[in-house]
Design a binder for this molecule. Structure first.
Ligand code: NI
Length: 257
């Protein structure tokens, strides 16, 4: 079974055919999907999807671009949602210095508060980091390492940094980018890190793997990502699929409880 550790099926890109598309998942071998919140609206929509579909789980979190919408009351609302049985992670949370939509101080403050929420509610984290590799790592090391672990989503740094995260107990999220011709560094990351620490993700509707690059992405394209991982690791597709699924269930351990 294939497990998609990071998707956004609440996105408007799926408004026209969401039900038909999600109905194809289980027959196509996609046995689990975590729909990740990014905004307050996305958090709510993720909960609704998780209520409706047995194979969809929810993550609760506010993306660094959206943290200006947070306050104490909304944080308390998120804490409540974290205690629901189908919530399996806090995310996506982190730092984004590429878009820099919110002041960096505010991004850091809410990243730390949401890491603390994950610890207190016993949930793994799903971390977004763009052009902010060092600050993200430093904050995780200081505020979250050795606690509930998590996934560094859409990993885009060096193999050395991936190994540092793995030492702290984290998993590396690999998606469509690994199939791109120019993704030399990410291919090297996949080659060098242990298979036991790789999970797959779509980040759909974005980042469709080759040869569908630029199209709307969905979990149905994950075999292309798994195929690339298998090739880089010199293992069979079945082995790559089984390992990445097992890893996802290990990091999102509430699913088995
Ligand atoms: Ni995302």
């Amino acid at each position: 079974m294939i497990f998609d550790t990071h998707a956004h099926y609440d996105d408007q890109a799926f408004d026209e055919d969401r039900e038909e598309l999600l109905a194809q998942m289980e027959p196509s071998g996609i046995g689990g999907i975590v729909n990740v919140g990014a905004s307050l609206r996305g958090i709510k929509a993720s909960q609704e999807l998780a209520e409706k579909y047995p194979f969809i789980y929810a993550a609760v979190g506010v993306h660094p671009d959206e943290v200006g919408a947070l306050d104490e009351e909304r944080l308390m609302w998120m804490y409540e949602l974290c205690r629901r049985p189908k919530t399996v992670a806090v995310g996506e949370i982190g730092l984004d210095y590429y878009w820099d939509k919110e002041a960096r101080g505010l991004q850091k403050q809410w990243f730390i508060r949401q890491l603390e929420m994950a610890k207190e509610t016993g949930l793994a984290v799903n971390v977004h980091s763009r052009e902010a590799a060092q600050d993200t790592f430093d904050i995780i090391k200081e505020h979250h390492a050795g606690t509930t672990g998590g996934i560094i989503h859409c990993f885009s740094s060096s193999a050395e940094l991936a190994m540092e995260y793995i030492k702290l107990g984290y998993y590396i999220g690999v998606g469509g980018v690994v199939t791109f011709k120019n993704a030399r560094v990410l291919k090297e990351v996949v080659e060098k890190i242990p298979l036991e620490r790789i999970v797959v993700e779509t980040d759909c509707p974005y980042l469709a793997p080759a040869p569908n690059r630029g199209k709307r992405n969905s979990s149905l394209y994950l075999p292309l990502v798994i195929g690339q991982i298998a090739q880089l690791k010199g293992i069979t597709v079945q082995e790559a699929e089984a390992a990445t699924c097992e890893n996802a269930l290990r990091v999102y351990n509430r699913i088995r409880q």
